[in-house]
Structure formats: C-alpha cells, structure tokens
Design a protein around this ligand. Structure first.
Ligand code: PHE
Ligand code: NA
Length: 439
C-alpha cells in the first residue's frame, strides 16, 4: 500500500479547501437566491448560518478526517469499532455515495462548461443569433455530443487526481484559485460599469425585510450554507485526512468559509448587474450559465474576451470542486481494497463516466438525479458525520483534535454548539429538504 500523503502545509490545504467549496453552488445558485429571497435581508440568515454552522461543520469534518487519517468509510468504521458497535463501514459508505453522486452529475456540467469555454475562445457565438442561443444549448445538452465533453472533463480530473494530493490537487489549486479570483474581479468591474448595472445592484441588495418572515428564506439560506461549503460528511473530511497535526483547523475553516463567501459575492456582482444592464431576467442553474450569459456576451462590448475569461473562471471553479469530489471515492477504494491511486482513479473515472451517460442523454433525468443527491444524500451524510463525530466519538475529544494546532483553541462552549445546535440544524436541513423537495 502507498504511504498516506499529507498536504504540504496550511496554505496548500486552505487553497484546496477553498477550491473544493467554491463551485456551481456559488455561481449558479447564490446570486439568484440572494436577489430572490430578500436581497440584503437574505444575507442575515445566510451569513449567520455560514459563519456559525458552516465553520462548525468544516472544523468537524477536517478534524474527523485528521484524527482517523482515513476517509469517511474508514473513519466511521474505526469510531464504531472503538465502541464495539456494528455497521460502521456500512454507515460510512452513505456520505461517500452521496459525494460520489455529486461527482457523477457535476462532471457532466464540467463537460458543458468546457464546451462553452471552447465556443467562447473560438468566437463561435459571433455567428449565432441571439434567438438561437437556447437552441445551441438544446442541440448539445441531452444529446450524444455531450458525452464526448463529459469524457474530456473526467479525463482532465483523473489526470490531476492521479498525480496525488500534493503534486495534483494542491498544485492545481495553487494556480486555479488566484486566477479565479483575479478573473472574477476583472469581470466584476466590467459588469458594474455597464450602463444600467445599478438595477442589478438594487435587485441584489435592496432589503425586503418582509421576506425574513417567510420560512422559505431561512430554508434557502440554510440549504445554501451547507451545500456551498461542501458539508456532506465525506468531501471536506477526506481533505482533513491528509492534514498534518500542526495545521490550525479553526483558522482553516474560517478562511474557507470567508473566501467561499467572497466568491459568492463576486459571482453575484459579475452576473446580476450585467443581466439587468441588458434587460434580461435573473435565472438560476444551467439556463443562467448556458443561455443568459452567452446572450449577454453577444450584447456586450468586448464580449469575446470577457466571455472567454468568464468560462475559464467557471471552469476553474468547477474543476477544483471536481478534484475534491473525485478524491472521495478514489480514497475510499484505495483504502478499502488496498489498491494503488492510479487503479482506483481509473475505476472511479470509468464508473462515474458510465453512470453519467444516461444523464448525458436525458436532461430531465440529470435534473432528478442532481436533486435527489443534493437534497437527500448530501444532508444525510452531513447528519451522519455530525452524529458519529460529535456524539459517538465524543464532542470533547473532537474539540481536542480541532485544538491540536490551533492558535486560539476553542473553549468548552463550542461543545454545545457542535453537539446540539449543529447536529439539530443538520437534521432540520435534511427534513426541510424532504418536505419542500428542494433546498
Ligand atoms: N460546494 C460545492 C459547490 O458549491 C459543491 C459540493 C457539495 C462539493 C458537496 C462537495 C460536496 O459547488
Ligand atoms: Na461553494
């Protein structure tokens, strides 16, 4: 068996975690939710949930992984074995399956983004009329052609994962994260200086306080805050399992949450002012990225260069999350079957590709699959990890692990926050998701 790798240090680890967190959740959900659920009013529950619960969950996953030096399956198994409880590995596979499910649908979107990056780079939108932009997406997504782009996305992710934690994941994020932020800032300036951009700012930030009385606002803020920092009981956990004991976990968690929030704001400032400047309506999901945005790029002076930069930045945001998503099942197979990273990566890549093909060919099925995984499995994984780490392993031992390399160690007060508040809220996210069918 290969020796377990570790991230080279704090910076490498934090960049990898920021890369994992920032993704489609920030770009195609956040701006739209911010505008639709009360603008500045939405920020109150959102920032509260991110800063209080998001950081708590991140610290838990990092420390759980580091304490056991294994991914979720191995870590759950060890905690259960210590207490002579059965079914540890079985329960540990649930978060791993959830995150692997995100891997399956996410890589399809990475393929779409690659295709649109190439379209932007080759100036192909120049010859398409605005009316035909939806048809370009329709002739691609859900059609056999998309399989090729999906495969390309998997191959790129696989190559990086095969290079390992330091030479692959850490290196890739070292290039991608600074570039991503630089591009988002350039695009933000472009968008905010468009005539009419102010309407977008009004949509984003004028508070509609009455929406705070609507439970949906809180539900949306809650679901967003868990998904956006990748709390699913396996993804941040596996990065934590490659962490040295001297790395400051509370600080890493806070940095991950803050940079992730900054990326969400930047994405909102890039997208929404431009949408309003051209009199379009704000959208979420694939429609935003693959129809509304190309439409804007056609209308905007300098659309070629800004479009190319835009799709490059989205590609980096999504690829850095894809690395984390793929690492979860890759680590699980390596650990469980004692096989090499290379073998495991090829198996995971091939399976992810094959399972994704029916979704490539049917966009409805794609949507149902993505919803099922992100509404049910991901919150279920987050709940399981919280229960296993804070309750079965024990919250004071959990805090001791978190405090190992910490500059400002957490006090006993944190035990109540993690054990009761976080766990109960994680259950609430799950239940509300089930009831409302979509967080
Ligand atoms: N946080 C990622 C995003 O916002 C998605 C994700 C969720 C990744 C859960 C891993 C686990 O796009
Ligand atoms: Na995110």
């Amino acid at each position: 068996m290969e020796k377990r790798e570790t991230f080279s240090g704090k910076i490498g680890f934090i960049l990898a975690c920021i890369g994992a967190a920032i993704g489609l959740g920030n770009i195609w959900m956040f701006p739209w939710r911010l505008g639709s659920y009360g603008g500045a009013a939405f920020l109150i529950p959102y920032l509260f949930f991110i800063l209080v619960l998001g950081t708590t969950g991140l610290m838990g996953e990092f420390a759980f992984g580091r304490n056991k030096k294994r991914g979720a399956i191995g870590a759950f198994k060890e905690v259960f074995a210590e207490k002579n409880l059965p079914f540890g590995s079985f329960l540990g596979t649930i978060p791993v399956i959830g995150v692997s499910g995100v891997f399956v649908f996410y890589l399809i979107v990475v393929g779409w983004i690659l295709k649109y990056f190439v379209l932007a780079l080759s100036n192909s939108f120049a010859t398409v009329s605005i009316d035909n932009i939806p048809a370009v997406f329709g002739a691609f997504a859900g059609q056999p052609q998309s399989i090729v782009w999906h495969m390309l996305a998997i191959i790129i992710t696989l190559i990086i994962i095969n290079l390992g934690v330091v030479k692959g994941i850490e290196q890739a994020n070292k290039y991608m994260m600074p570039t991503l932020f630089a591009i988002l800032i350039i695009l933000g300036i472009r968008s905010l200086t468009l005539p009419g951009a102010i309407e977008g700012l009004k949509f984003l930030f004028i508070p509609d306080w009455s929406l705070l009385k609507d439970p949906t606002t809180w539900i949306m803020a809650l679901g967003q805050s868990f998904f956006t920092v990748s709390l699913g009981g396996a993804a941040m956990l596996v990065y934590g399992s490659y962490l040295k004991d001297n790395v400051d976990i509370p600080e890493s968690a806070i940095h991950t949450a803050i940079f992730n929030t900054c990326a969400s704001f930047l994405a909102a400032l890039v997208i929404i002012p431009a949408v309003f400047a051209f009199g379009l309506s704000p959208q979420a999901g694939p429609t935003l990225l693959f129809i509304t945005i190309p439409n804007i790029l056609k209308l905007m002076p300098g659309g070629y260069i800004f479009g190319t930069l835009f799709f490059l930045s989205i590609f980096f945001a999504a690829l850095s999350s894809a690395l984390n998503l793929m690492e979860v099942p890759v680590e699980a197979l390596m650990d469980y079957f004692k096989i090499s990273r290379k073998k495991s990566a090829i198996i995971v890549g091939t399976l992810g590709f094959l399972i994704g093909i029916p979704l490539d060919l049917n966009i409805n099925l794609f949507g149902k699959f993505a919803d099922f995984v992100s509404i049910y499995l991901i919150p279920l994984g987050a709940v399981l990890a919280a229960v296993v780490f804070f309750w079965v392993f024990g919250v004071s031992k959990a805090r001791a692990e978190i405090n190992k390399g910490a500059n400002k160690p957490l006090g006993v007060w944190w035990d109540f926050l993690a054990k009761y508040v976080f766990t109960i809220v994680a259950v609430v996210v799950l239940v509300l998701g089930v009831i409302y069918g979509g967080i």
